[in-house]
Design a protein around this ligand. Sequence first.
Ligand SMILES: Nc1nc2c(c(=O)[nH]1)N[C@H]1C(S)=C(S)[C@@H](COP(=O)(O)O)O[C@H]1N2
Ligand SMILES: [Mo]
Length: 313
Amino acid sequence: MPENEITPESVYLNRRDFIKASAAVTAFSAGLVTGCAPGSEDVFKARPEINLTPLEKELYPAPRTTRYKMDRRLTGEEVAANYNNYYEFSEIKEDVEHHAQKLSTRPWQVEVTGLVHKPRTFDLDDLLQLFPLQERFYRLRCVEAWAMAVPWTGFPMKALLDAVQPMSQATYVKMTSFYHPFTAQGQLAFWQPWPYTETLTVQEAANELTFLATGIYGHPLPKQHGAPIRLVVPWKYGFKSSKAIQKIEFIDYPPMTFWNTLQSLEYGYVANVDPGVPHPRWPQTKEKMLGTGEIHLTQMYNGYGKFVADLYA
Ligand SMILES: Nc1nc2c(c(=O)[nH]1)N[C@H]1C(S)=C(S)[C@@H](COP(=O)(O)O)O[C@H]1N2
Ligand SMILES: [Mo]
């Protein structure tokens, strides 16, 4: 990321304080969304249709980590929530928000299994309480050449690895999303390898950037973003960031994945963002920001090389 565009870290202020202090604070607001380009304050507006459980009311908004700086304005929440890839529900990005509401996301369990010393099935509320939530600003770059910059809330996947203790033979982590064709009509396409699966190496999963998100914009994830829990790997193309995960398996072979199985020429297996690797349909040297339409040059590892380049040395 271009260091010269980084806003210096200042004071952390959570949203409740922000709202309480609004009048007095307006004059200084440009500096409040720390580590972000100016203009980003506007995006922290509660979506009224989201009902929080008592536990969620305690946990959101979560403290912000200032370690991962953002070199551009955050994408507007309404924009990000109405332009989604979620093929279980629709191939039309603007229709996903509507159809995804049918998915029941509570109760929800995540089974962590395979080559681990302490296999465990976590209830979503266990995860929320076991692993302290934090907020991070990340860019997400879809292979289709659009990008967004959003505040995720969640916890590092490393914390989950520490809890289940992968065995030394485990080399890959396979993540499987829900399978419910009665709710998700896209899953009726019998020629597609449902449920959605993605994979990381165990080393990638343990990288500090690898994040399990349960929230966005300071509140729990809306369904179209992959509620109640989704992966976020900002140095890889968006399709690696699986939504609505139900199973996390540690294995000793590279598993098949949804998009790579369907169309390996368009969806690579490792899928690190790389402007030097052309794509048959979409330009990979540039990206267009959702909402503003701003064009940026796509960076190697989506600009996160300082954290991940060592993995591929
Ligand atoms: N289960 C599931 N996860 C998924 C997808 C999907 O179709 N199904 N699409 C992926 C793609 S291609 C992208 S770009 C991102 C989009 O995330 P967003 O809609 O929250 O912006 O989700 C990824 N995760
Ligand atoms: Mo994507």
